[in-house]
Write a protein that binds this ligand. Structure first.
Ligand code: DC
Length: 224
C-alpha cells in the first residue's frame, strides 16, 4: 500500500449509478467522497451565473480556477455550496449536466480542477467518482472500478431518479441526451471517458445497487 491514503476510483458513463454506489462504498468504509462531476457542474453553473461566453476558453478556465465551492457533508447527501449559496439541486438539472459536459472538453479547465480533486485524498481513504479518476486524476489508485450499463437501462435509472425528486422528464429525450453525452465524453481529446487499463469492469445492467456494492466491497477486501 502507498504512503498516501488509499483510493478507490469509480468511473463510468452518465446514469450508471456511480454516485449512489460511490456514496454507499464511502459510507461503508468510513472514507471521504469525491463527486468530480459536481465540480464540472459547478464550473458550468458559475460560468452561466457570471454571464460567461462558453466558447471563451480563457474565461471559462478563469471560472474553474477561481471557483468558490465547498462540499458540506450532510446526513444523507453532500450539500454543494457555490459562493455560500446551496446549489445542490441546481447543478443536478439536465441543462447543467449538458453544460458541464461542454466545459469538461476544455483541457485548461480539467487542469485547473486537478489539484482540487487530488486534495480530497486524505486518510482514512477516498472513493473518487467520475470519468477519468482511474486514468488521469488517481492513476496509482489501489482499486479501479469501471461501471457500465446499457444506455436504455441508464436512461431508465436517471428517469426514476428525477421523477423521485419531483422533476418531470421525458424518457425518450433522456435516452437521446445520454447517448449524445456519452459520445461527447468518450470522443473528447482530453481525458476521454474510458476504462483504465487496470480497471475492473462491472456491468450493472441486471444488477441491483446492493449487488454492485457487494462486488466492489469484495474486490476491495481482496486488494487491501
Ligand atoms: O457525473 P456527472 O453527470 O455529474 O458529470 C457531468 C459532466 O462532467 C459529464 O458529462 C462529464 C464531466 N465529467 C468529466 O469530464 N470528468 C469527470 N471526472 C466527471 C465529470
Amino acid at each position: 500500500m502507498s504512503e498516501t491514503a488509499p483510493v478507490i476510483t469509480i468511473d463510468g458513463p452518465g446514469g450508471v449509478g456511480k454516485g449512489t454506489i460511490s456514496r454507499l462504498i464511502a459510507c461503508r468504509l468510513g472514507w471521504h467522497l469525491l463527486d468530480s462531476g459536481a465540480l464540472y457542474r459547478v464550473t458550468a453553473l458559475a460560468a452561466l451565473k457570471q454571464g460567461v461566453d462558453f466558447s471563451d476558453i480563457a474565461a471559462v478556465t478563469q471560472v474553474a480556477s477561481t471557483l468558490d465551492v465547498v462540499f458540506e457533508p450532510g446526513n444523507s447527501e453532500v450539500r454543494v455550496m457555490l459562493a455560500g449559496a446551496d446549489v445542490s439541486a441546481e447543478i443536478r438539472t439536465e441543462a447543467c449536466g449538458e453544460l458541464a459536459s461542454r466545459v469538461a472538453t476544455i483541457s485548461a479547465v480539467r487542469q485547473a480542477l486537478l489539484a482540487r480533486q487530488r486534495a480530497f485524498r486524505v486518510a482514512p481513504g477516498l472513493v473518487a467518482d467520475g470519468r477519468d479518476m482511474g486514468t488521469v486524476v488517481f492513476p496509482d489508485a489501489e482499486l479501479k472500478i469501471y461501471l457500465t450499463a446499457s444506455a436504455e437501462e441508464r436512461a431508465k435509472r436517471r428517469h426514476k431518479q428525477l421523477i423521485d425528486k419531483g422533476v418531470s422528464v421525458n424518457l425518450t429525450r433522456l435516452l437521446e441526451d445520454i447517448v449524445e453525452r456519452d459520445e461527447r465524453d468518450m470522443s473528447r481529446e482530453v481525458a476521454p471517458l474510458k476504462p483504465a487499463e487496470d480497471a475492473v469492469l462491472v456491468d450493472t445492467t441486471t444488477l441491483s445497487i446492493d449487488e454492485v456494492v457487494t462486488q466492489v466491497s469484495d474486490l476491495w477486501n481482496k486488494v487491501s
